[in-house]
Design a protein around this ligand. Structure first.
Ligand code: ATP
Ligand code: MG
Length: 259
């Protein structure tokens, strides 16, 4: 299937989110196609996590809408949840249960009744066969990450949302995570992720949106963005040699540190 024929999985349209006086997301629009790895990039405080929380249905936007597989999230929140895979944070897992019990519990929440054998196979797939009787908090950081990604995809979601999935991972775990994300894409899944590593975004994302102050600054395939902004004086001013996605990012969003 060529890119133009790929169905749209997620559409964010004119999203506005305010926290009191502050506008965190300010008229943001972008869309993601089936089988695409999409990077939402932006400096600290740009509005990435806020955007994800609206897509996840955790926060109501002040205006604008989110459409997943043709369904507007506000109209059918439960139907939409079944299409989403969200990587949960450590604190969301029940601390007294073993990871095998947690996996079974989450499969059940998505309406799947997986037999014990299949649950164990999935745990073995992510290298946790020795760990099945441990509670989540006794796993190492990398093991926790693999487990939460496995649980997030247990129901084969249309789109997987990952907020800074590689933060704090060692190079081995990071490489393994990318292999898993690629695997999920090969099975037709789409992924929306955030990262502060422009190198990573350039290497793995099919397309990226660079946002700042809740507004879209640039959108497209990393190599197209580099080609498009290569001669921008703001980008030239920060580039050393060949222009990279990071140069484009800093050129468009400025060098000042954010809170
Ligand atoms: N619950 C909240 N209440 C008030 N303000 C908030 C809240 N959450 C985020 N903000 C503010 O909204 C803006 C966007 O924050 P958000 O967490 O979406 O940014 P981000 O792009 O995810 O940043 P980071 O890269 O640091 O994770 C920031 O200015 C932040 O201080
Ligand atoms: Mg964030």
């Amino acid at each position: 299937m060529n890119e133009a024929e790929r169905p749209t999985v997620l559409e964010v349209q004119d999203l506005v989110v305010r926290y009191g006086q502050q506008t965190a997301v300010d008229g943001l629009s972008f869309s993601i196609s089936r089988g695409e790895i999409f990077g939402l990039l932006g400096p600290n405080g740009a509005g990435k996590t806020t955007t994800l929380s609206v897509i996840e249905g955790l926060r109501k936007p002040d205006s604008g809408r989110v459409v997943i597989d043709g369904v507007e999230t506000l109209h059918a929140p439960l139907a939409v949840k079944a299409k989403l895979g969200v990587q949960l944070q450590a604190s969301s897992f029940q601390s007294e249960l073993t990871i095998e019990q947690i996996a079974r519990l989450y499969a059940g929440l998505y309406g799947l009744s997986l037999p014990q054998r299949q649950i164990r196979e999935r745990l073995a797939d992510v290298g946790l066969q020795q760990e099945i009787t441990k509670p989540f908090k006794k796993l190492s950081g990398g093991q926790q990450q693999r487990f939460s990604l496995m649980v997030a995809t247990i129901h084969n979601p249309s789109i997987l949302l990952l907020d800074e999935p590689t933060a704090g991972l060692d190079p081995q775990s990071r490489r393994q995570l990318w292999d898993r994300i690629e695997g999920s894409r090969k099975r037709g899944g789409s992924i929306l992720l955030t990262t502060h590593s422009m190198e990573e975004a350039q290497a793995v994302c099919d397309s990226v949106a660079i946002i700042d102050h809740g507004r879209l600054q640039a959108f497209g395939a990393p190599k197209d963005l580099v080609a498009m902004h290569r001669d921008d004086p703001r980008v030239q001013a920060v580039a050393h040699g060949d222009v990279t996605l990071e140069d484009v990012f800093i050129g468009l969003t400025g060098s000042a540190i954010r809170d």
